[in-house]
Design a protein around this ligand. Structure first.
Ligand code: SF4
Length: 472
């Protein structure tokens, strides 16, 4: 999926990629990050370890292709690297928040990249600052590094022990990559909220937020890293440890619904397959009498195919996405989003004119995009527009790294289906039931907190922040 569609209404925070034991690791990380570009377009970076154990970093604001070129990549020699693509939510924008972070320390340098969001970051930041930590950035990702190093005076403690202790202090959603000159540690939160997988490439290993990056560089998927697991990768191969006794599976449902690329597999379920099945189930739960099925490009096309197949109503390209807008519309401001929709999408008049259209979209956040697309289809001559959403109503904010914003900004937080339909201006509106998401994924252990308010973690001071931000 391309960045222009990412601007619609929802943003993932980040993507991480790492490689160990393979020549030209930085170049391969560049390709890996390019495959993860849909997870963040505001900044990116790579840290590589060369043969003499030096960690070198290049990072910048912008797309992977804007930040890196051949000369910059060749200045990152070595057989190990980690990389990061960022969309800013917690901590805001700015180069100081672009990852990976690189820490110079007398016990050994290390680099760190993070996808997700910590829910107890404010408490931990206070705790660390009271003990002398000085933060380089406002990103909560830096907190883990300070926790790992806070007991550095105990030099006999193996690094993995310090990492395990630190991971047990943080709460929330995360996939962390930590790289030293000797190894990479790949860590996943104990709720399994954010995806992280490991693959083999030649004599080395690769870790990535999504499996689509493995295919790009020809790596062979081995397995998903489990909730609460640390996978250590070095010259001895891969080893696994669990840092927490408490573990559960609560993968973010939005990864399947919206964020991940359709060619990625998350915990054994292909993303396109999930979306297509959700489209079939959407037809079962909310059939519409119509002439054509139209999906909102790109993330809703798989669900539209499923709806079309199940209903027998032909699938049509009633909306076309402009692929060449570039970065104009990736800024996280509401004003830019509002202006952007018409340039990003066009209705195809000759296809929709006089037709009863079933419009399939993956989700409704603020509702502004849905309203504009419905009116665009009507202006193009659609006789009726029946909106079907391949997810339940989003009623609550997300605290785990997705910028599902305050209650006030969520169209469905305080509206029922009919009230939402009136705001959007569709002839009919229906959402996918929660239970259908479980059926689509063949699992009943997804995080659905933004739909039903059942947060898998404690929320700590996020409630204070939410109060301040008007979330509650
Ligand atoms: S609250 Fe929603 S967006 Fe956030 S992790 Fe859970 S399912 Fe994903």
């Amino acid at each position: 999926m391309e960045d222009i569609v990412r601007d619609r209404e929802l943003h993932e925070e980040c993507g991480v990629f790492g490689i160990w034991g393979v020549p030209e690791a930085a170049g391969l990380t560049y390709y890996g990050l390019h495959s993860l570009q849909h997870r963040g377009q505001e900044g990116c970076g790579i840290v590589a370890v060369n043969d003499d154990g030096q960690l070198r970093r290049i990072k910048g604001e912008g797309l992977v292709t804007e930040v890196f070129n051949e000369a910059r990549l060749s200045s990152l020699p070595g057989t190990a690297a980690i990389g990061h693509v960022r969309y800013s939510t917690t901590g805001g924008g700015g180069i100081e928040n672009v990852q990976p972070f690189l820490f110079r320390h007398n016990t050994g340098d290390f680099a760190l990249a993070h996808n997700g969001n910590l829910v107890n970051s404010a408490q931990l930041r206070r705790y660390l600052e009271d003990r002398g930590s000085l933060f380089q950035s406002s990103s909560d990702s830096e907190i883990l590094a300070h926790l790992i190093k806070k007991d550095a005076v105990d030099r006999h403690q193996p690094r993995i022990s310090a990492i395990m202790t630190a991971l047990n202090m943080i709460e929330g959603a995360f996939a962390f990559l930590i790289m030293t000159k000797n190894r990479i540690y790949a860590c996943r939160d104990k709720y399994g909220l954010r995806p992280l997988s490991v693959a083999r490439l030649g004599n080395g290993y690769v870790v990535s937020s999504e499996t689509c990056a493995f295919d790009t560089i020809g790596a062979e998927f081995i397995r998903d890293i489990g909730p609460g697991e640390i996978v250590t990768i070095d010259g001895h191969g891969i080893r696994s440890l669990h840092y927490s006794e408490y573990r559960r599976n609560a993968m973010c449902a939005m990864e399947y619904i919206y964020f991940a690329r359709p060619d990625s597999d998350i915990e054994g379920c292909n993303v396109h397959g999930f979306r297509k099945e959700s489209g079939r189930l959407l037809w079962e739960s909310a059939p519409a009498e119509a002439d054509i099925v139209v999906g909102v490009p790109d993330s809703s096309l798989s669900a539209a195919m499923g709806y079309s197949e199940a209903s027998g109503i032909p699938y049509e390209m009633g909306l076309i996405k402009n692929k060449y807008i570039g970065r104009t519309f990736i800024y996280p401001s509401q004003a830019m989003r509002e202006k952007g929709v018409r340039m990003k999408l066009s209705a195809v008049k000759t296809i929709v004119k006089g037709k009863r259209v079933v419009l399939i979209d993956d989700s409704v956040v603020r509702g502004t995009t849905s309203r504009r697309i419905v009116s665009m289809l009507r202006e193009a001559g659609a006789a009726e527009v029946h909106l079907r959403i391949a997810s339940p109503m989003i009623k609550s904010p997300c605290f785990y790294g997705v910028d599902i914003s305050t209650y006030d900004e969520l169209l469905c937080a305080r509206r029922d289906e009919e009230e939402a339909r009136q705001v959007i201006g569709a002839d009919s509106l229906a959402f996918l039931p929660e239970e259908a998401l479980f059926r689509a994924g063949g699992r009943n252990d997804l995080c659905l907190a933004c739909f039903n308010g059942h947060y898998p973690t404690a929320l700590y001071q996020s409630i204070e922040e939410a109060n301040r931000d008007g979330k509650f």
